[in-house]
Design a protein around this ligand. Structure first.
Ligand code: MN
Length: 737
């Protein structure tokens, strides 16, 4: 890195202290920033530099340089791109928390919340082992990165950090070089691409290529070097010809000639399985003009002069790339039959192509606080808008959309595997997501190295370590802590198995006790006889009958009488004595499966059946019986597998309520909401949510009110609905799922 001290020394304090390590590089940095932003106060940057230099004192890089040279160089890279002060401070401090005893709180105290948040983000990214041999994981890592990094400056610093590490890669072992180069191409350059940062992407790729495939790199650069004089001469000739033609047509333009970079040549050769001299766009011209109209005009000029290669004209102005890249591309057969590529764009398109999202964090004079959050969000929204307009939504767009509105959090195992969970998920969900054994034996969890309670709700980027203990079993309280159905079902399954084992034990003991009382020896009764009796009770195994006894379904006396008819029959009045029936959760009793007691039943989410309405059960794989309203459209689709259909009925045990979502289409008049809610009030039905808005489809004077209410059964729902319909101005009521 070249440093220019002439400008820097003028700014240095006149004190007679020893220079800090890297001070020259710092002064060059200040000078560089001053050049384009003379009015900016750089005191906060100097403070960050001095802080970092002090914290990294006595640390050295592999090259032997003082460590501070690295953060300084990273800051230089970002200063070259005109990044704002927070971004530069973050760059300067980016390794302080990771590599020294400094904490985020120290940073917050010294540099404020914004810088602390960014440094924290960079530190967290650094902790992740982003490179995993599982190819498919790269995608989720990228997704997660975008989701967790609320501030894009974190990524900018990370990318600059990576660029500097690649520039100084020669000091590392071959193995490390390969790994870092690979990770760069897998993770970082796609991110730069997605964020539209063409310049950074190219630099990352070219640097990484050199280390990843040194042979191909050498081969391509050698061959290109050989042809360079010829290529340059050719490009110059074509360029001046284009300049003349454009000027003649009155199109203001800047024309640049360039030779394709080794890595992109390599990719093209590999992808199209062609030798170097068949790469069409090895030579390229770029025309930057003032307006969209002139872009097309320039394209016309090019095509008038040279013959376009069919199928190579691409209009990314009309249909921008997902990362907002816009340009016209064409390849033409130039003088002497050599093909070359032409890219045509406006200045604004050029800026977006080179800088992408980073353009939004550029320093602007007279602007304080740089970019407000709303603008950042607006930018992301714009991306989403673009996606809607495009015929073929790009991968980045769909990813981004998912991330912006997703209800998911991404957490990590200590080895860097991504686990996607619903928002609010707990370490228990995480444990079950890994493996049901891990879930069952979970006794605690560490998040980012600290012990957390099991009710902790996981955040994006948390690194979660599950503490297990062999033989441990899940407790019932866990059902209140989990968000995933997987965890819930596994827990229920174990609890039921434990309860059943207990019931079998109780049942067996009580039968033995009863038998002893009447001098009957169970051990003398033939196994077949026992099983026959069990069958009489509808049980296929004796165990099932013991369980039924344990749950208190039958009395031991009844069963004994069947086994040994000589014992006195139980008196009519003697009620069966329940032997501590295991507790059950209320929801298990909402619906029962006819004739069977201990099958898990779940009200299906798609139709939310309410009490009293006709229902059908459907045996799911591993999730018990799903109960649908008979009218649910899904039922028709599911029920073709007749053997999985099962009869269910509403249980009478509990006074529970059901949520119903309603859309009320009504006249938008004062008092309407009041009248609607008073219907519910009279019916003693709770309102869980209510939202009223103007009805866009029907226009002025119409409103649509969406509400979720609780009802006890279908009859009550029908009463509520018809009372609402009677309100004057209510046009329609729709129950929705
Ligand atoms: Mn670093």
């Amino acid at each position: 890195m070249s440093t220019n001290l002439a400008e820097g020394t003028a700014e240095s304090p006149a004190s007679a202290r020893l220079p800090l390590p890297g001070e020259e590089l710092y002064l060059a940095l200040e000078a560089k920033i001053r050049e384009l932003r003379p009015k900016e106060d750089l005191a906060p940057l100097r403070k960050a530099y001095e802080f970092a230099a002090a914290r990294h004192a006595n640390q050295a890089r592999r090259s032997g340089e003082p460590y501070i040279v690295h953060p300084l160089s990273v800051t230089h890279i970002l200063a070259d791109r005109q990044m704002d002060l927070v971004c530069l401070q973050t760059a300067m401090l980016h390794d302080v928390v990771e590599d020294t005893t400094t904490t985020i709180d120290d940073i917050r105290r010294e540099f404020g919340e914004e810088v602390a948040r960014c440094v924290d983000g960079v530190t967290k990214l650094g902790k992740l082992d982003l490179y995993s041999p599982e190819e498919r994981q790269a995608e989720s890592v990228r997704k997660m990165l975008l989701a967790m990094v609320s501030d894009i400056r974190v990524i900018l610093v990370k990318l600059a950090d990576r660029i500097h590490n690649l520039r100084t890669l020669s000091h590392l072992s071959r193995e490390r070089q390969e790994r870092i180069a690979h990770e760069t191409l897998e993770i970082y350059s796609p991110i730069a691409n997605r964020l539209g940062m063409g310049k950074i992407r190219v630099e990352l790729e070219e640097l990484a290529f050199r280390y990843l495939d040194p042979d191909s790199y050498a081969e391509i650069t050698q061959e290109m070097e050989l042809k360079r004089p010829v290529n340059e001469e050719y490009l110059n000739r074509v360029r001046s010809e284009v300049e003349e033609n454009l000027a003649r047509e009155g199109i203001p333009a800047r024309v640049e000639g360039r030779v394709k970079r080794p890595y992109s040549v390599h990719q093209k050769m590999r992808r199209q399985k062609i030798p170097l001299d068949q790469v069409y766009d090895l030579l390229a011209l770029r025309i930057v003009t003032d307006s969209v109209k002139n872009c097309y005009a320039a394209l016309g000029v090019i095509h008038t002069e040279w013959h376009p290669i069919p199928g190579r004209i691409k209009d990314f102005i009309a249909i921008p790339r997902p990362n907002l890249y816009q340009s016209l591309h064409t390849s033409v057969i130039g003088p002497e039959g050599h093909p070359f590529e032409v890219q045509i764009r406006t200045e604004e398109m050029h800026r977006i192509a080179e800088e992408g999202i980073a353009a939004h964090w550029k320093y602007k004079e007279g602007r304080k606080g740089y970019l407000p959050d709303e603008q950042q969000i607006a930018w992301l929204r714009q991306l989403v808008e673009w996606q809607r307009e495009m015929r073929d939504p790009g991968e980045f767009m769909s990813t981004l959309k998912v991330d912006l509105y997703s209800e998911e959090v991404y957490a990590f195992t200590p080895r860097g595997k991504v686990i996607a969970l619903p928002r609010g998920a707990s370490p228990i969900d995480f444990a079950y997501a890994i493996h049901s054994d891990v879930g069952n034996t979970c006794v605690g969890a560490k998040v980012n190295g600290r012990i957390v309670p099991l009710r902790y709700s996981l955040k994006n980027g948390d690194v979660v370590e599950i503490l297990t203990q062999a033989g441990h079993l899940p407790s019932k309280d866990w059902l209140g802590l989990v968000k995933t159905s997987r965890a819930r079902n596994k827990i229920k399954h174990v609890i039921k198995a434990v309860e059943r084992a207990k019931a079998i034990e109780i049942g067996e003991k009580s039968l033995e006790k009863e038998a002893r009382r009447f001098g009957v020896y169970l051990s003398r009764i033939h196994r077949n006889d026992l099983e026959q009796i069990a069958a009489e009770y509808g049980c296929s195994k004796m165990e099932d009958l013991y369980a039924a006894l344990g749950y208190g379904k039958y009395s031991a006396r009844q069963v004994l009488q069947k086994l040994a008819p000589e014992t006195p029959a139980p008196e009519e009045t003697e009620a069966p004595k329940p032997q501590q029936p295991p507790e059950r959760r209320e929801e298990d009793y909402v619906v029962t499966v006819k004739g069977v007691n201990d099958i898990m039943v779940v009200l299906s989410r798609c139709c939310n059946p309410i009490r009293g309405e006709p229902i059908v059960g459907y045996i799911t794989r591993g999730k018990g019986v799903a109960v649908h309203a008979a009218t649910c459209p899904n039922v028709q689709n599911l029920m073709y597998e007749v053997e999985r259909k099962i009869d269910v009925e509403w249980a009478r045990k509990f006074e529970e309520t059901f949520s119903v979502r309603l859309m009320v289409y009504a006249e938008d008049r004062p008092g309407m909401l009041n009248e609607l809610t008073s219907v519910l009030f009279k019916e003693n039905s709770n309102i869980r949510s209510l939202e009223a808005k103007p009805d866009g489809k029907r226009g002025g004077g119409s409103a649509v009110i969406e509400m979720t209410v609780e009802v006890r059964d279908q009859k009550q729902y029908q009463r509520v609905a018809s009372a609402m319909r009677r309100i004057s101005g209510v046009r329609d009521i729709e129950r929705i799922s």
